[in-house]
Design a binder for this molecule. Structure first.
Ligand SMILES: CC(=O)SCCNC(=O)CCNC(=O)[C@H](O)C(C)(C)COP(=O)(O)OP(=O)(O)OC[C@H]1O[C@@H](n2cnc3c(N)ncnc32)[C@H](O)[C@@H]1OP(=O)(O)O
Ligand SMILES: O=C([O-])CC(=O)C(=O)O
Length: 373
């Protein structure tokens, strides 16, 4: 007979990884041994993606080569281009991305291979294409022309340019770049686990990423950042503390708080809070930032819960001019670097992921013909 399951697989070690590590008690996060506090605001997203996918922080030469590969790889395939308008009309952003990444698999030059070199190339292409897919989707649904990419800008800068229609200031691009670095990888989170389960059947990288996107979408995971903004918009700025207390008394979850692993402040929230404050001040209207701070105080005092990565990311994206329903797609732009690195890692030392279950249904049922049931 199987053991009792641990609900939600809490504390179960499901894989070995050299990609990221969390100390949940101390509130620390590392990518391949580098403290997130050393990377955020110092390493670019491109360097971070290289670190995750290719095992090391790049030299200038390696970064140039990887950057060129990203530029070459961002071209979208024929199937994606032919279908994006209809998808944008019929599907919400995360559903659309799930469809578009699936279609892009059919256009990928390495589509039939899961060999290590093919996986590296696919990881770079998926990372390069994800921001463009989000921007093209947004352009298609708004009917606005997509500004061309500017090769003097980073992935972060180009995304802001293409979604807001204006060249970001250097500081805006830096802040968004730091956001991408902060969201890049996070041990065995639900979407990464989904990707690894898929990859472990020796399925291909695009299939694993489709599974990950579908998993990130939910409000208990990446979908929370959009819900945070909706909560802020729904609150009366003069009644924040009272409304949050009422919601907690009614056993409602306040999105953007709590975490399976962190029992103290999420180290990413420390950076995002600071960036939210900076952008709020620069915008001349810091209402949402002040409301967020008040929510944070009430939730900590009432429930002992800290903000997670999604909480202050919401106002950062809002102040950067990103539409609220693109917040979770933005998360996927960053996490693509981690997901693809996990697929590479899974394929490199694979065993089928197939846990056990505890049977709790009826036993010894007697079969009856349909007319006797
Ligand atoms: C990128 C990311 O995925 S970060 C997480 C994003 N998700 C969210 O922000 C959604 C809100 N948060 C949550 O739902 C949870 O804290 C999760 C999903 C992140 C973690 O879930 P779990 O580890 O399974 O904790 P669980 O949901 O069992 O919560 C434990 C207790 O804290 C409470 N709790 C947890 N989070 C919250 C919250 N945000 N608001 C109010 N209460 C909460 C639960 O109601 C539960 O209380 P109980 O023991 O009285 O029933
Ligand atoms: O680790 C988790 O469970 C969720 C999370 O914070 C992330 O994916 O960034």
């Amino acid at each position: 007979m199987a053991d009792k399951p641990t609900k939600g697989l809490a504390d179960v070690v499901a894989a070995s990884t050299a990609l990221s590590d969390i100390d949940g008690k101390a509130g620390r996060l590392f990518y391949r041994g580098y403290d997130i506090h050393d990377l955020a605001g110092r390493a670019t997203f491109e360097e971070t993606a290289h670190l995750l996918q290719r095992g090391k922080l790049p030299t200038r030469q390696e970064l140039r080569e990887y950057g060129d590969e990203l530029v070459r790889g961002r071209e979208l395939g024929a199937l994606v281009s032919a279908n994006i308008a209809e998808i944008a009309e019929k599907q919400k952003p995360m559903e659309a991305l799930r469809s578009l990444v699936s279609l892009s698999g059919a256009d990928d030059p390495d589509k039939d291979s899961i060999a290590p070199d093919a996986n590296l190339r696919k990881a770079a292409r998926l990372t390069a294409q994800q921001p463009l897919l989000v921007a093209r989707y947004h352009a298609a649904r708004t009917g606005k022309a997509l500004p061309g990419t500017d090769d003097s800008l980073s992935i972060a800068g180009n995304f802001l340019l293409q979604v807001t229609g204006r060249t970001p200031t250097q500081r805006e691009a830096e802040i968004f770049d730091a956001c991408l670095v902060l969201h890049a990888d996070h041990t065995m989170n639900a979407s990464t686990f989904a990707a690894r389960v898929c990859a472990a059947t020796l399925s291909d990288m695009h299939s694993a990423i489709v599974a990950a996107i579908g998993t990130l979408k939910g409000p208990l995971h990446g979908g929370a950042n959009e819900q945070v903004m909706k909560t802020l918009e729904s609150l009366d700025p003069a009644q924040v503390a009272q409304s949050v207390r009422e919601r907690l008394d009614a056993h409602e979850k306040i999105m953007g708080f709590g975490h399976r692993v962190y029992k103290t402040e999420d180290p990413r929230a420390t950076h995002l809070r600071r960036m939210s404050q900076e952008l709020a001040t620069a915008s001349g209207d810091d209402t949402y930032y002040r409301m967020s701070k008040e929510m944070e105080e009430v939730v900590l005092e009432t429930k002992g819960l800290y903000p997670n990565v999604d909480f202050y990311a919401a106002t950062v994206y809002h102040y950067l001019g990103i539409p609220t329903d693109l917040f979770t797609p933005v998360f996927s732009i960053s996490r693509m670097s981690g997901w693809t690195a996990h697929v590479i890692e899974q394929h490199a030392d694979n065993r089928l992921i197939r846990p056990d279950s505890e049977y709790i249904g009826e036993r010894d049922q007697k079969w009856k013909p349909i007319d006797e049931r």
